[in-house]
Design a protein around this ligand. Sequence first.
Ligand SMILES: *Cc1c(COP(=O)(O)O)cnc(C)c1O
Length: 366
Amino acid sequence: MLDFTRQYAVIREEVLEAIESVCASQKFILGPAVSSFESAAAAACAATAGIGCASGTDALWLAMAGAGVGPGDRVVTTPFSFFATASAILRCGATPVFADIDPATFNLSSAAVEAAIRDSAGAVKAILPVHLYGQCANLDALKGFGASLIEDAAQAFGARWNGTPAGSLGDAAAFSFYPTKNLSAFGDAGLVTTSDPAIDDRCRLLRAHGMRQRYIHEEIGWNSRLDSIQAAVLEVKLRYLPQWNAARRERAAAYDRLFRRTGLADGTVVLPFTDPRAEHVFHQYVVRVPRRDSLRQFLTDRKIGTEIYYPIPLHLQSSLDFLGCKRGDFPVAEQATAEVLALPMYPELREDEQETVVHAIAEFYS
Ligand SMILES: *Cc1c(COP(=O)(O)O)cnc(C)c1O
């Protein structure tokens, strides 16, 4: 599914040098390596500010809390995402309100958002779209509802919508640098981007115990600082990201070609759909297939790694039972959880390996 050693072989010298310089400085938390990465990452997203933090989950919480989401508020989001999308809303003291997805892109449907806002028992404070699999949600269609727009851009560093980078499409955005993400650290790390000075200021306060001056706590924040070593690693990798994202797009095009050549794309395997306004970074290459679980077992037996993002929609997670949702509430998301399969995808994946994957899938359906 993923082989990180190929990428490490290329960047090893540079990364070790960057880590060594942090060790030499003995400044391990925040400090110059973190500010340097924050500026570079914000610039790459065309945002004015980047706020490093401990994880993507914390970045979601910070971005929302920074934008003023708090107890009693409602936040509209997708049920087809990683759990943190919903748990970060609850961490703010707010309530998630789910809206169904678009079947082609798997991203939040603006029509469903409109209906959710209309039917909501209370005012909706924010909308939290997810740029799932590396393709931006249609943020233009989510403007005009009078709610703050917070991007869950955990899977989409470098992606664009109508030419504008993820990270500057809404009021604030959250990125994750978990090791499997398309921009990844050597551990947990996250980032908020924003061009709103008030959100920037509040996020900086909240990530460091609400403390501007030492031991004077203006707010009840938390410890969610970014480690300098992670920032140094990330700044090296950020320089390679445009070429890595381009390589992912090439790998995706190669899969498309191979599936069309085998005839599998004519009705058996539904290939990923890219909106013409989106610049997809293919964090994942996800197909829809019949008899998904048997296919997955068949591939596993042939030592081909695949993954299901995500097998259970958020509204059917037992820990979220108290929200009162039931099966059938979000049928498009529910159907997606039964059909999606993520195939091996990373910049260093080779075409002959992709051929092996596609031929094995063809064998299963023959
Ligand atoms: C990975 C991910 C997160 C959480 O990021 P962590 O760094 O693992 O905390 C949140 N949302 C989405 C969509 C993700 O893919």
